[in-house]
Every structure is written in structure tokens, then in C-alpha cells.
Design a protein around this ligand. Structure first.
Ligand SMILES: [Zn+2]
Length: 126
């Protein structure tokens, strides 16, 4: 994965990194950890199986729909949910099934909500 340090990408300051067609842009002050690289590599796998452009179309479409739902639209995205859930599993990409993000489209169970909210407060967006 190619990593480029950029002051301008991602454009929003509350995001620390963005993956554009497999090239990973990260703010200069953000530490590039093994976990962050794994997170972005999961997005690269999602992009490849969707042939890149449809990934971005689906990402934006789902984000727009989730703006009207409960919680943070970004953290509710199926692509992000798959990446955050598995970013600490460094073997995930070897065992991952194609289109695994689809199962993350379903709503979360209510009893898990509280712990997820607590977890979300402590993580950066990427
Ligand atoms: Zn992400």
C-alpha cells in the first residue's frame, strides 16, 4: 500500500486518513500504525471486489441514507463497521470472505449499543 502524507487529505480535520483507490493519504501528525494500515487494507479489499468506483458510489449512498438513521452515519457504514471490527485482527484479510461487508449492513442488536458508543468516543475516524 502506498502511503502519502498530506495536509489537505482527508479534507475534514476530524478524519485522520483516507484511502483513494488503494493510495492511503494521512495527515502529517497522525501515527501510521499497523492497525491503521490493516483498517485501510480492508477498505482496499472492499474496493477491489467492487471494482473501485462502485465502492465510492455505494459508500456515499449508504452514508447519505444513514444520515437519517440513529447514531453517527460514518460509524454505521457497513464498510467502516467491517473495517473497525476487524482492524486488530492481522490475519483477517487472509480469512475474509468476498463481500463480507454485506453482513454489516444489518442493524446492530440493541444490547450492544452502549458498549459501542463508549468505544467510539475513544477512536479516531479513518
Ligand atoms: Zn475506514
Amino acid at each position: 500500500m502506498k502511503i502519502i502524507r498530506s495536509k489537505y487529505l482527508p479534507p475534514l480535520r476530524n478524519y485522520s486518513a483516507i484511502n483513494l483507490f488503494g493510495v492511503f493519504f494521512v495527515h502529517p501528525d497522525v501515527a501510521v500504525t499497523k492497525r491503521l494500515i490493516n483498517h485501510e487494507s480492508i477498505h482496499s479489499a472492499q474496493m477491489r471486489e467492487l471494482l473501485y468506483l462502485p465502492f465510492y458510489i455505494l459508500y456515499l449512498l449508504e452514508w447519505f441514507i444513514r444520515l437519517f438513521g440513529r447514531g453517527d452515519a460514518y460509524f454505521n457504514l457497513s464498510f467502516e463497521r467491517e473495517a473497525y471490527k476487524n482492524e486488530a485482527n492481522y490475519n483477517y484479510l487472509n480469512e475474509r470472505k468476498h463481500y463480507a461487508w454485506i453482513k454489516y449492513m444489518r442493524k446492530k442488536k440493541k444490547n450492544k449499543k452502549k458498549s459501542r458508543k463508549r468505544f467510539r468516543r475513544n477512536i479516531k475516524k479513518y
